[in-house]
Design a protein around this ligand. Structure first.
Ligand SMILES: [Zn+2]
Length: 715
């Protein structure tokens, strides 16, 4: 989903502003695996009981205990399965276990776009494979178009005129002729979910199959909650067919409804789909076009073949040919997408269409001209940039093509296919950055198929994290040349800080639909981006974290990782116990505030020692990086492990670091490399503080080695 809203800060001032000084919120992470869990839970409950006045940003050191506030929300704490296992399905080291399983859903869809009635209608056949150890007597479908049914939960939750609102549109799915294995069945609709009781024998475990078929239709909303929609003759179609809900080893059926703000959780499979549209239309979509001879001219096919072998942009439909004209009849465009969790498509009678390629992957841009701004003439190249960059940094792009379409949707992602706004160009490079973000979603969640509806940080957060790498690559390492609006550690931290200042921050583990709408950009995107960059640059170390992050992607490509699978993978690959980090930054909304209280000196056996008294002013511990200025005007850097804050009942609030120095200390500064998310800079310096490092790229170091060929492509 779109990473930024131009009006974010204006919006922030509107809804549900609380006091400007925010109390931290702490959730109780609950592991359900072992006897140790009960003790840990009890300990957490005890510490909850001692909660008192919270110390917040900007206040000075306090003698109150560090763990001092709990404001559990029932929405977040009812989820007790963030960290399942270890068990045969999910291993203690964070990898899929020896008996890991997941369901499979293959689809065949035939649909017609009626531009007069503004409807999509057709048939879907789902071949569902039950690889679980459970017998299934019923299945759940996701019926996302029912968001537009009058009285839907989402339409009640989000104001009608908001980004996720339904704008008074009345639509929803009409379903008919439902069968399972050829026998008549019924969909019991509950908001955006639908249950089908399997007629006859239930679906057997470990490979049992069912074939589910039905007819469906819906009116296309103009504003499809910023994930689909139409504008005059342009249609962007997504969430458009009944999709299987995910059945997994963690929650069984995942039946969280589609409310608007939370995104999707989907099974993998192969999807064949056919779109019948007015003959003058060009259809762009997920997957590979199967019948170019039926729908493209000979000249277009020749240009496409050239683009597939060229790293330069080829115009498939140049401006001179991108004209809507009355053409009688219809054409059917057939696409096939392998090993995907979804498909989406768009159609218009007047698309310009550019294409190029990299490493055999065709990258394409479709846009109406001149309605789409001039930056769109670079988006076939922009898409090529993104696909190449993330393939080299994280995991090889496994699909044959990647498409960007300009339209009314601000920014939304589907396998091999993204929608970016056609006029968004508030600053140079804005379309590139939106497109880079949307195609970044090909890695999260299209390749690594986490549950977006519950954990935005595993989707938007990871994507925002990798976007910083792509943009530093594109714009170079000199911060003075970075464009306004570039995504990096400083901009992520600023957005988190602003959201917290408005009292809207919540823990990262909060489900997106329970995050204040105007805080989603921070909580879902930039706060996890900043937290991960800090984890890499200040805690784990660049080389170790890059290795761990790549390993997470490799292990969970085309699978369903939980938060715990990520936490365990990082801990195992990096070789560090990071429970304090997860607790502080994922389960709590408290923020980091370490300070320098004093520096004194003592001498022992002829040696000189500086005693730096450090304070921890919130519940958040952190390893310390410190730069001392000595009286001879040299500097000395000191690093202290996070364990300095352990070893006291309830956690230590002060630590005297005793450092051998060659001359008296005249000044000190915390975080000289600038990558700690410390919310209170006023106590980070003492005396005649030495300078911090020049601003350097947050993503520098490591990542020089491209992902090896050993990383698998399509399984
Ligand atoms: Zn996104």
């Amino acid at each position: 989903m779109l990473r930024s809203l131009p009006a974010l800060f204006a919006v922030l001032l509107g809804a549900c502003a609380r006091s400007a000084v925010q109390q931290p919120v702490v959730l109780s992470p609950v592991r359900i695996d072992s006897a140790g869990t009960a003790a840990a839970t009890a300990a957490a409950a005890d510490s909850d009981a001692m909660s008192g006045a919270a110390v917040t940003v900007g206040m000075t050191a306090s003698p109150t205990p560090p763990v001092r506030s709990v404001d559990d929300t029932p929405f977040a704490t009812t989820n007790r399965i963030d960290w399942p296992g270890p068990n045969p399905y999910r291993s203690s080291n964070g990898a899929p276990g020896p008996q890991y399983w997941q369901q499979r859903a293959d689809y065949t869809i035939a649909a017609t776009l009626d531009t007069t009635a503004q409807t999509v209608s057709g048939t879907v056949t789902i071949r569902y494979t039950n690889n679980s150890p459970d017998t299934l007597s019923f299945v759940w479908l996701q019926l996302d178009q029912n968001l537009y049914r009058p009285g839907s939960k989402g339409s009640a939750l989000f104001p009608a005129d908001s980004r996720w609102g339904v704008r008074g549109f009345e639509g929803g799915f009409t379903l008919a002729d439902v069968t399972v294995n050829g026998r008549a069945a019924e969909v019991k609709v509950d908001d955006t979910m639908g249950r089908i009781d399997v007629p006859g024998a239930p679906i057997a475990p470990r490979g049992g199959r069912a074939t589910i078929s039905m007819r469906f239709s819906f009116r296309v909303p103009e504003h499809g909650s910023d994930r689909m929609g139409r504008d005059s003759t342009l249609y962007e179609i997504a969430q458009w067919y009944p999709r299987m809900a995910v059945y997994d080893d963690v929650r069984g059926w995942n039946t969280d409804p589609y409310l608007g703000q939370g995104e999707f959780y989907l099974e993998y499979g192969d999807i064949d789909y056919a779109v019948t549209a007015p003959a003058g239309y060009v259809i762009a979509g997920s997957g590979v076009l199967q019948n170019p001879a039926d729908v493209l001219t000979a000249a277009q096919r020749e240009r496409l073949a050239r683009a597939a072998k060229s790293e330069s942009v080829v115009q498939i439909v140049p401006e001179s040919e991108a004209r809507a004209k009355v053409t009688p009849g219809t054409k059917t465009w057939r696409f096939r997408a392998r090993n995907v969790r979804d498909v989406a498509w768009a159609g218009a009678p007047d698309f310009r269409w550019d294409a190029t390629s990299w490493n055999g992957i065709v990258t394409q841009a479709y846009y109406q001209w001149p309605k789409a701004g001039p930056e769109w003439e670079q988006m076939a190249e922009g898409t090529q940039w993104t696909i190449r960059t993330y393939s080299q940094l994280w995991y090889p792009f496994p699909y044959p093509q990647a498409t960007a379409v300009a339209g009314p949707v601000g920014g939304m992602e589907y396998p091999m296919f993204v929608m970016d706004h056609y006029t968004e160009a508030s600053s140079p490079g804005e379309v590139f950055r939106t497109n880079d973000h949307e195609h970044g979603h090909e890695w999260f969640p299209m390749i690594v198929g986490s549950n977006e509806r519950r954990y935005a940080w595993q989707d938007e957060g990871f994507n925002t994290y990798i976007n910083a790498f792509s943009q530093e690559r594109r714009y170079g390492g000199d911060p003075s040349r970075w464009p306004v609006g570039m995504d990096n550690f400083a901009s992520y931290l600023a957005n988190w800080r602003a959201t917290r200042g408005l009292g809207l921050d919540v823990p990262l583990m909060t489900a997106p639909d329970a995050v204040p709408a105007s805080a989603l950009g921070a909580v879902g995107y930039r706060k996890p981006g900043a937290v991960l960059l800090a984890l890499r640059n200040e805690v784990v170390g660049r080389e170790a974290f890059d290795r761990a992050f790549r390993e997470y992607v490799r292990r969970w490509a085309f699978k369903h990782p939980t938060p715990g699978d990520f936490f365990r993978t990082v801990e195992n690959v990096a070789g560090q116990d990071l429970s304090w980090f997860w607790r502080s930054f994922f389960y709590s909304s408290d923020v980091l505030d370490l300070g320098i209280a004093n520096v004194s000196e003592r001498q022992s056996e002829g040696e000189r020692f500086a005693v730096v008294t450090l304070t921890r002013n919130t519940s958040v511990p952190f390893p310390v990086s410190l730069r001392l200025r000595l009286s001879d005007n040299t500097t000395q850097d000191v690093r202290l492990p996070v364990e300095i804050w352990a070893g006291c009942p309830g956690g230590c609030e002060r630590f005297d670091a005793v450092v051998a120095v060659r001359a008296p200390v005249t000044g000190a500064r915390l975080w000289p490399s600038r990558f700690a998310p410390d919310f209170n800079a006023s106590n980070d310096v003492w005396g005649n503080a030495p300078a911090a490092d020049a601003v350097t790229p947050a993503t520098a170091g490591g990542l020089t080695t491209p992902v090896g060929a050993a990383a698998t492509a399509l399984p």
